[in-house]
Structures are given as structure tokens and as C-alpha cells.
Design a protein around this ligand. Structure first.
Ligand code: ATP
Length: 356
């Protein structure tokens, strides 16, 4: 198999606003046809990076390459890169069809070609039946699809999306996550999405970059980042993680009360160094043979979530109670109630170690 082709090369890009550094030297390769997410807490620089890709901001340093060519001299409207705004910015007095056709009319394409392309994209975005309505006659999700259709009809090389689902309520948001993914797959255009919502990035992205303070902490598939976060911040930011502080010893960490927590992959930390062991809620089980690690704790809260049971378990390992997700099977084997003392087991292979 040939190596995936890079569409956007982000090469040591820096952006300063006066004394403030919004992007502090980021390098990333975004590939052909992938759904790429830029993820990080507020102020991490993700929007600034997206705006530089669109051409609305110029990098202070570094280069942005599109298909290997530096696009610094290319103004936003000449870049084969489209930015879809969170506010959608639809023309209120125009029909859905006219909104979508507008960009092609500006390009002075011939009428039959415009009609054919608009019809095709209306079909792809499931908007054909709504083509003659105005934006005010649409729901939030439908408006969002119009904004997408308007961006996609121009067949950009890359579509940039700034918190595309931010304005939608939870249920619609979840439906649109799948919808956007389907669309991206169908049109075969590279999508770069900015989000602060880690769940959204996990669900939608083929690969994602986690940023903090203008720096890149990790870039990989959602699965790789979830299972093997690069550091404590990423481990905490992506999904839920239980932490136990301690000191590095042979084979793991000595945590509070002298408990040895074994970890599968010692992180190259010096013996005696301050470290933290980390384990996901779904990797904690009611103790059974084969688990190298165990701890006894008291159940403080139980919440039923349909597929699983979530427990808060107070252990000597950490100030915060551990969050435990038991499968329905596990919970059937041993009913658990608030106040119960239970023994939790977890495997060394499921335990990560980070510098504290
Ligand atoms: P959010 O999720 O809150 O939008 P973000 O990760 O997208 O955050 P950016 O908008 O890229 O963050 O901002 C990164 C940093 O750069 C912030 O500290 C912000 O205050 C600063 N910044 C962004 N734009 C400007 C500007 N035009 N002038 C000065 N500082 C700016």
C-alpha cells in the first residue's frame, strides 16, 4: 500500500499577537480524504491555526503547504480551502437552492453546470425537498446542512469546520456527528474540524491533534490517543481517567499506603521520581484472578446507565473516588450497593504511567 498523501503540511507554524503567542510552533501533516480534528481546551490556539489554514491570519513563522506548495501568498478567496463558520452565515432572503448556488455564480460557472452541481449536493445532504425554503423556515440541523452544502458544492480541496455542531442541542448534535462523517466519506474531501469537545473528536475523527497552550501534545487516531495518551494532560482531557499519585519503583508505582501498582509500560521514569498511575473506568473490574493490581474501597454512589453501572469507589489510592464502569454482566455476578466494600482489580497492561 502506498503511503497516504499529505494535503496540508503545517510546518513549524507560529502565530503571535503582540506579546501573546497563540500558536507556538506546530507541525502536522493532514492527509488526503481524512477527517482530522484539532482539539484542545479554550485558548489552546486551535481556532487561530484554522484561520491561518483559511488565510484569514498570516503565520508569524513557519509555512503552510497545500499539496506541497507554500500558500502564504494566496488570499483566502483564492485558496481551494473553504471555511464553514459556526454561525453558518446563510443569506436570509435567499432560498436554500440560491444560498448553495451563490458561490458557483460568483465563479461565473455556466447555468446548467451550476444547476447540476446544486442538485447533486442537495441530494447528498438530504435537502432536495427543502430547496425552495428560506433559512428561517428551517430547523437548526437543516440550516447546518445548508451551510455544509454551500461549502461542499465548490469542491474545495479541504473543508475547514469551526465547531460545526456547536449551535445544536445534544440529540441533534449526536445525529449530525454521524451525518457529517457519512458526508465526508461520500464526497471524499479532507475535513479539518476544530472542537473543544473530546467526545465529538473521538466519534468523528480519523486522526486528531491535541493542543495545549499553542503546542501540539499528540497527534494520532482517536483509539491510539485514548489507549495510549502521551502525557497526564492528554490522559485527563480525553475521556475519563482515574489517577493514583506515587513514586516510581521497579515494575510500577508505589502509591499511597505503600500499595504497588504495576504498569505494563514503564514510562522511562527514574526510580523514585514522582509519577502517576492511570486507569480508565472500564478497565476496573470486580476483582478476579489474573488482575495484577487490586485495591479495596467503599462504594459511595451507584448510577445505572443502561449498558453499564457507574460506581464511585473511595479507595486509599487517591483523594478523589475512582470512577468504575461495570458491565451489566459484572454487575449481575455481584450486585453492588452504596456502602458496600468491594475489591477492584485491574491489569498491569491496562495501567499507564506518567510523570507527575
Ligand atoms: P476557544 O475554544 O476559546 O475558541 P481556541 O483554542 O480556539 O479557543 P484561539 O482563539 O486560537 O484559541 O486563541 C489562542 C490564544 O490567542 C488565546 O489566548 C487568545 O486570547 C489569543 N488570540 C486569539 N486571537 C487573537 C487576536 N486577534 N489578538 C490577540 N490575541 C488573540
Amino acid at each position: 500500500m502506498s503511503a497516504p498523501k499529505t494535503v496540508l503540511g503545517i510546518d513549524h507554524v507560529v502565530k503571535r499577537f503582540g506579546a501573546a503567542t497563540a500558536v507556538a510552533g506546530i507541525s502536522l501533516d493532514i492527509r488526503e480524504n481524512e477527517f482530522f480534528a484539532l482539539l484542545g481546551p479554550s485558548g489552546c490556539g486551535k481556532t487561530t491555526l484554522l484561520r491561518m489554514l483559511a488565510g484569514f491570519e498570516m503565520p508569524t513563522g513557519g509555512r503552510i503547504l497545500l499539496d506541497g506548495v507554500d500558500i502564504a501568498p494566496v488570499p483566502p478567496n483564492r485558496r481551494p480551502v473553504n471555511l464553514m463558520f459556526q454561525s453558518y452565515a446563510l443569506f436570509p432572503h435567499m432560498s436554500v437552492r440560491a444560498n448553495i448556488a451563490y458561490g458557483l455564480e460568483m465563479e461565473r460557472l455556466k447555468k446548467p453546470e451550476i444547476a447540476a452541481r446544486v442538485d447533486a449536493i442537495l441530494e447528498t445532504t438530504h435537502l432536495t425537498a427543502l430547496a425552495d425554503r428560506r433559512p428561517e423556515q428551517l430547523s437548526g440541523g437543516q440550516r447546518q446542512r445548508v451551510a455544509l452544502a454551500r461549502a461542499l458544492v465548490k469542491r474545495p480541496r479541504v473543508l475547514l469546520l469551526d465547531e460545526p455542531l456547536g449551535a445544536l442541542d445534544k440529540k441533534l448534535r449526536e445525529a449530525m456527528q454521524m451525518e457529517l462523517k457519512r458526508l465526508q466519506h461520500e464526497v471524499g474531501i479532507t475535513f479539518v474540524m476544530v472542537t473543544h469537545d473530546q467526545e465529538e473528536a473521538l466519534v468523528m475523527a480519523d486522526r486528531m491533534a491535541v493542543l495545549k497552550d499553542g503546542r501540539l501534545l499528540q497527534c494520532d487516531t482517536p483509539h491510539a490517543i485514548y489507549e495510549h495518551p502521551a502525557d497526564r494532560f492528554v490522559a485527563d482531557f480525553i475521556g475519563v481517567m482515574n489517577f493514583a499519585e506515587g513514586r516510581v519503583v521497579d515494575g510500577g508505582v508505589e502509591a499511597a499506603g505503600g500499595v504497588l501498582i504495576r504498569a505494563g509500560q514503564p514510562a522511562g521514569l527514574a526510580p523514585g521520581a514522582a509519577a502517576v498511575a492511570a486507569v480508565r473506568p472500564e478497565r476496573l473490574h470486580l476483582f478476579r484472578e489474573g488482575a495484577e493490581n487490586s485495591v479495596t474501597g467503599r462504594v459511595e454512589a451507584v448510577a445505572y446507565h443502561g449498558l453499564d453501572l457507574q460506581l464511585h469507589v473511595r479507595t486509599p489510592l487517591a483523594a478523589r473516588p475512582f470512577l468504575v464502569r461495570l458491565t451489566a454482566d459484572d454487575a449481575d455476578r455481584r450486585p453492588v450497593d452504596v456502602g458496600d466494600e468491594i475489591r477492584l482489580g485491574f491489569r498491569a497492561a491496562d495501567t499507564r504511567l506518567f510523570a507527575a
